[in-house]
Design a protein around this ligand. Structure first.
Ligand code: ADP
Ligand code: MG
Length: 412
């Protein structure tokens, strides 16, 4: 069945009138049983490309997903759409029932963590009933080139290969050319199986500036941006200190969020932020995944992000409603110095990837050319030379500034 033929099901199950971006193409491939790697930006709607087949196909779609919290968000969404879905994770108490429901063919969608998917028990379950599709979410985790390598993802291959007739769909938002090629090889997907959707987020205005006086710089930025926003800080302490400073300086509601807070507090901050029209969260990177708030008006970085992929993913939380949004990154030579020190502590195998990642960030902060063009080229696109909606396009830096910046970087 083609994606077009599934339009009525798309409407009745999910309430959507049309496919978005390249969803239809991915669904077409999945329904034709072809192996596919879908690379689409955050918010593009990747989940739908296996959830719709889950409803349309006979049999169960098995989804490998790396984070329990993320899985449970997805599960809630799928169940709300009336899909018969369950998960097998260490925190699911209804383990036996879920397995039985799978064996009895009652499930359309089964979420599982990679370390469980590669275990004996799960193999036996797959023996009892062949799945309709393997979906591997956050597939960059399979690659050492990716920014979030998970060794467990490497063990998926034997499971997939045990069922060569079952189609596989790998999904990720963040993969540069290297990582993409690696995912294809690692998961046994042919090169023509790559569906690469546009990464451009034209409504986000990118700005990058040297960090001089961060509280003051961020205050000015926030005052100019009355809507809700996120300020990413490099450390847990940093989120708390920055929250206090920004609350005092701007009079806006500001809450800190990091993994060291108790779960109730975290849930509360997240809940209040989603409901708020002017709230700000100062957060570590622990904040953001699985938060569905389309009207985030700005994302700021008080320090260098981990990689271009992380930067893209984090700034991508701004302006998902398509209205104008701002991204500001403040960086210092000390950020690069620290990152370089950490390089030295890494195992040999990861060093090259991490160094390339750091160099790419260096190129982003020191470029005098269009920031968007640099970002998009990083993801393998071929963008126009100037976007007209980033700091370097709007206010072209003088060559002199760039030289000074470059010297700062090199001397760090
Ligand atoms: P991703 O995993 O690519 O980041 P999600 O699968 O979480 O994105 O989907 C992001 C949002 O887009 C969800 O709120 C989802 O309901 C919505 N969405 C997905 N497909 C469509 C569509 N065809 N039309 C409208 N909204 C869609
Ligand atoms: Mg997703």
């Amino acid at each position: 069945m083609s994606a077009d033929a599934l339009l009525p099901l798309l409407k009745s199950t999910f309430g959507f009138d049309a496919f978005r971006g390249r969803q239809a193409e991915v669904v077409d491939r999945v329904m034709a049983g072809e192996r596919t790697l879908a690379v689409m930006p955050t918010g593009a709607g990747k989940s739908l490309t296996y959830q719709l087949p889950a409803v349309a196909l006979d049999g169960c779609v098995v989804v490998v997903s790396p984070l329990i919290a993320l899985m449970h968000d997805q599960l809630r969404g799928a169940r709300a759409a009336g899909i018969s879905a369950a998960s097998l994770t260490s925190v699911d108490a209804d383990f036996a029932e879920t397995r039985q429901a799978y064996r009895d063919g009652q499930l359309d969608l089964l979420y599982i963590a990679p370390e469980r998917a590669t275990g004996e028990g799960f193999r036996a379950l797959m023996e009892a009933r062949t799945p309709a599709l393997f979906a591997i979410d956050e597939a960059h985790c399979v690659s050492e080139w990716g920014h979030d390598f998970r060794p467990d993802y490497r063990l998926l291959r034997p499971l997939l290969d045990a069922y060569p007739a079952v189609p596989r769909l790998a999904l990720t938002a963040t993969a540069d050319r290297h990582t993409r090629e690696d995912i294809l090889v690692q998961l046994g997907i042919p090169a023509e199986g790559l569906v690469l959707a546009g990464f451009d987020r034209p409504n986000i205005r990118y700005r990058v500036a040297p960090r001089v006086s961060p509280a003051k710089q961020l205050t000015d930025f926030i005052v100019a941006n009355p809507g809700p926003g996120i300020v990413y800080c490099p450390t847990r302490d940093g989120t708390e200190r920055m929250a206090a400073k920004l609350a005092a300086a701007t009079g806006r509601p500001v809450a800190a969020y990091h993994a060291g807070l108790d779960p109730e507090r975290r849930a509360r901050v997240q809940h209040d932020f989603v409901a708020s029209e002017d709230g700000i969260v100062t957060a570590t990177v622990a904040f953001g995944m699985g938060i569905d708030k389309p009207d985030v008006r700005f994302v700021a970085h008080a320090g260098l992000p981990k990689s271009i992929e992380s930067y893209y993913q984090e700034t991508g939380r701004a302006g998902r409603d398509g209205d104008p949004a701002e991204a500001l990154m403040l960086w210092g030579a000390d950020d690069f110095a620290r990152a370089r020190m950490r390089l030295g502590e890494l195992p040999e195998a990861r060093m090259a990837g991490e160094r390339a990642r750091l160099n790419a960030l260096g190129a982003l902060v020191e470029t005098v050319e269009c920031r968007r063009a640099l970002l998009l080229r990083h993801f393998g696109e071929n963008p126009p030379e100037r976007c007209g909606n980033c700091d370097t396009c709007l206010d072209p830096p003088k060559q002199l500034d760039a030289t000074v910046l470059a010297q700062k970087l090199l001397s760090a």
